[in-house]
Design a protein around this ligand. Sequence first.
Ligand code: ZN
Ligand code: ZN
Length: 183
Amino acid sequence: MRLIEMEIARHYWQGMLCGCGSSGEHLAGDLLQLAGGGSRQEPSHVSLEEHVWSPVVLWEPAPAVTSVALAALADDVTPKARGWFLELLQCMVAGEGTDRGAARRGLDLPELCRNRAVQGLWLLYEEVMSNRSLGDAGTAFEILTVVEPDRIRLQRVREIAADWLPVCCRTGLCDDDLRVVDR
Ligand SMILES: [Zn+2]
Ligand SMILES: [Zn+2]
């Protein structure tokens, strides 16, 4: 739990505007709860929808949350918590817009999140190849389809992991690469 606690402590959450309208201060506790740290030992789920992400926009804390999710993947969190952080990371890289306040300051939050997620490329490949959980391998692969600049490497891993990747990842239904090849 050391890495995730260190990464949570590194960010100035109070100074960020959360999607709920208050400061991002509560996110530090929420992320720790997801990981299962602090006073409560068991990880328990807490949704960050409408705080950090929505189907339409990301809010200011999103890049910091992306870094925390990567730290969680590198840490010794439980399999359940790993899955939650992978799903959270997927919401961060799949973001399409930036909330108005952050956009006015010239921030492109989806791009910032994707640039951070690329730094965890090999953590994501490890998640795909370990095949610890079918769902998690698929989620990690789908994050890679968004952030991996080397499409040939992605394609190689798609072939190697074909036996256990979900159909959408195996066939490329969840990304654009195979459709591009068809053209
Ligand atoms: Zn909030
Ligand atoms: Zn897929």
